[in-house]
Write a protein that binds this ligand. Structure first.
Ligand SMILES: Cc1cc2nc3c(=O)[nH]c(=O)nc-3n(C[C@H](O)[C@H](O)[C@H](O)COP(=O)(O)O)c2cc1C
Length: 299
């Protein structure tokens, strides 16, 4: 039985949904799966005791969120083999979710991949699932349903590949490492913008934002909400605010509030961004549909 550890971060729940499905599928393939939520900040697993490592995150500005990179850096190297004195190598798989299917999102893992390589983990599989935006604009529930329906059917295929050791990698964009480095300005920008968050008078003081913030960046001082300098821009506070009472600084116009309904497509809902990345979405759905049909034929 293969022992698999998946370390994940999910700002608003999309990546968690995908990871839970992957965990279910890996278990169906006979693996013993341990999930570690990077939010928990109490990592005490021995990486040497697992056969495989998985890392999952939402794409933030064509990168992995800063807390994911920090966590990856904090991991120990795999031990050296006693006989050969060489570092033991273990397979790595990466799962990313993002709102649009642009190939540029593929570069988000370059940093993680290279840090983990030095620790003994070799990237064998990498998968990207489109899930609805939690910033920029609100996808329709129809689109959310279509995205999840696709991921739900493709994840079992991808998990089988992982277990069978069949490699599957995403193509990196030319100059990907350099581009990703430039886009990492978002990590710094997020912290600056995070200080500009405000709570308006729709707030019912449920303090869900305070309790949920992964960096404990929201506090209450003298009855007022204070936003510190450790914002990840993960959107958890504003996305899940039951009264849509949090203003997200310079990005207020891009705010998305409220969970998607992944289960019931609403055929009458108006699609406001029909043309946005239309070709990319069509290609993404067609490619995955083909993969699902081919898999169904052989199984
Ligand atoms: C700050 C920020 C930056 C984002 N940047 C991108 C991006 O570059 N490309 C993309 O396709 N989606 C981007 N997204 C959308 C998320 O990757 C997407 O909605 C993801 O599924 C959210 O996952 P989560 O619910 O696990 O946090 C961004 C979201 C946030 C909050």
């Amino acid at each position: 039985m293969k022992r698999v550890l998946i370390c994940y971060f999910s700002g608003t729940g999309n990546t968690k949904k995908v990871v839970n499905r992957a965990s279910e599928c890996l278990q169906q393939e006979g693996c013993d799966v341990t999930l570690y939520n990077i939010d928990d900040d109490n990592f005490d697993h021995d990486l040497n005791s697992f056969d495989m490592l998985g890392v999952a995150y939402p794409v933030h500005a064509f990168n992995a969120p800063s807390n994911v990179i920090k966590f990856i850096k904090s991991l120990n190297k795999l031990k050296k083999d006693e006989k050969t004195k060489k570092r033991v190598k273990k397979p790595l798989f990466i799962i990313k979710t993002s709102g649009e299917p642009l190939a540029l999102n593929n570069i988000s893992s370059v940093k993680i991949k290279s840090i983990l390589k030095k620790k003994g983990f070799i990237l064998n599989n990498e998968y990207h699932y489109c899930m609805p935006y939690n910033i920029i604009f609100r996808h329709t529930d129809n689109m959310a349903y279509k995205m999840w329906n696709t991921a739900d059917k493709v994840i079992p295929i991808d998990c089988r590949e992982i277990v069978e050791g069949k490699k599957s990698k995403l193509k990196y964009f030319p100059f990907g490492r350099f581009l990703a480095w430039i886009f990492r300005v978002e990590h710094w920008g997020g912290r600056v913008n995070g200080k500009r968050y405000k709570v308006n008078d729709k707030c019912i003081n449920c303090q869900a934002c305070v309790k949920r913030c992964p960096t404990h960046n929201i506090t209450i001082e003298n009855g007022e909400f204070k936003f510190g300098k450790n914002c990840l821009m993960c959107m958890r506070c504003s996305f899940h605010c039951p009264k849509n009472a949090i203003k997200i600084g310079w990005f207020e116009k891009w705010k998305v509030n409220g969970a998607y309904n992944f289960n019931n497509p609403n055929e009458t809902e108006e699609e406001k961004h029909k043309k946005y990345c239309k070709k990319s979405y069509n290609k993404y759905f067609a490619r995955n549909q083909k993969k699902i049909e081919e898999f169904e034929k052989i199984s």
